[in-house]
Design a protein around this ligand. Structure first.
Ligand code: PMV
Length: 316
């Protein structure tokens, strides 16, 4: 029996533009999803996931793992014949799929890593990323893979679509996270932005490129811990996201409450429409911003950024 965990994520800057090839910054959070895996002799794959209504990401991750396995030359120390074995998987999570922390990416990544350990077939981080990204594309049809990268590598990453660039960045980020209570539908929002880009290519492409510029500046500010500057850049990013039409009244309420309470900057995080907003706080500024977000109707999520990527919790 082995247990593997993968972290959730928050997008710091660059959402939507990242789907069009611009960079983004994503950080892993210390809320994790756990997969326990056990080899069985019955040739069956069983999945127990009491916290979720469906298991399509786990099922797809298992399928993709075996496809990948069949395509690589024999690897591993124990000469295990994978196809004669079954596996039972049991999933539990610190966070629900409602909040937008990336439960689908975390479960895909943790499942693939768990299978590689159970069958003693070593996989590199890059291989786990590539196989898990295929799961996203198969099921959602769209997506940059930033959430998969956060689940695999952890920490904070400067990232480009499909893993063209995955660069670790230093420093925990002082964030307050406010949940709107509304579940965002990521593929719908991505498609809505795509329709807008088709209709107004000049305007929308300019927005993407401006967001890309902000992300580059944001990376420098993060590296030098220039939080005041990073906050301003996040505010500009939020203005562009609003122009793209992906913000919501609830997000705006929480964002403006956080800013009034002294946040360096605040913005939505992820696809928009709901899920969470993030506010960058100064030393000592956290309690006031927390209170302001709660008074504006948000649920504050107690998370730390820069968490460790997928890892084995135990090997019994
Ligand atoms: O809704 P989330 O948290 O999965 O974030 C989506 C971010 C997008 O840039 C809109 C899509 C993507 O895959 O990068």
């Amino acid at each position: 029996m082995i247990t593997v965990s993968a972290p959730g994520k928050l997008m710091l800057m660059g959402e939507h533009a990242v789907v069009y090839g611009y960079p983004c910054i994503v950080t892993a959070v210390d809320q994790r999803l756990y997969v326990r895996a056990k080899k069985t002799d019955d040739g069956k794959i069983t999945v127990d996931a009491p916290q979720s209504k469906e298991t399509k990401f786990v099922d797809a991750a298992v399928a993709k793992f075996f496809v990948w396995r069949s395509q690589i030359p024999l690897r591993g120390t124990k000469g295990v014949s994978v196809k004669h074995h079954g596996v039972s998987l049991s999933i539990r999570s610190d966070f629900t799929s409602q909040v937008g922390f990336g439960s689908s990416s975390a479960v895909s990544v943790a499942t693939i890593k768990a299978l590689s350990l159970v069958f003693a077939i070593p996989m590199t981080e890059r291989e786990i990323f590539d196989v898990a990204y295929q799961v996203t594309l198969d099921i959602q049809g769209v997506g940059s893979g930033f959430d998969i990268a956060a689940a695999v590598y952890g920490g904070t990453l400067f990232f480009k679509k499909g893993g063209e660039v995955i660069e670790p960045l230093p420093n925990e980020i002082p964030l307050v996270v406010g949940y709107t209570g509304v579940k965002a539908d990521t593929p719908t929002l991505i498609n809505m932005v795509a329709a807008k880009q088709k209709e107004y290519p000049g305007k929308v492409n300019k927005i993407f490129s401006a967001i890309g510029e902000l992300v580059l500046q944001g990376r420098d500010a993060l590296v030098t811990k220039d939080w005041e500057r990073l906050g301003k850049l996040m505010n500009f990013d939020q203005e562009y996201l609003r122009d793209l039409g992906v913000s919501s009244q609830k997000l705006e309420d929480l964002i403006s409450a956080a800013k009034k309470a002294g946040a360096w900057g605040a913005k939505l995080s992820g696809a928009g429409g709901g899920d969470c907003m993030i506010a960058l706080h100064s030393a000592g500024g956290k309690p006031q911003i927390t209170k302001a977000i709660q008074e504006a109707g948000g649920q504050v999520m107690d998370v730390r950024t820069h968490a460790e990527g997928v890892r084995s919790e135990s090997e019994l």
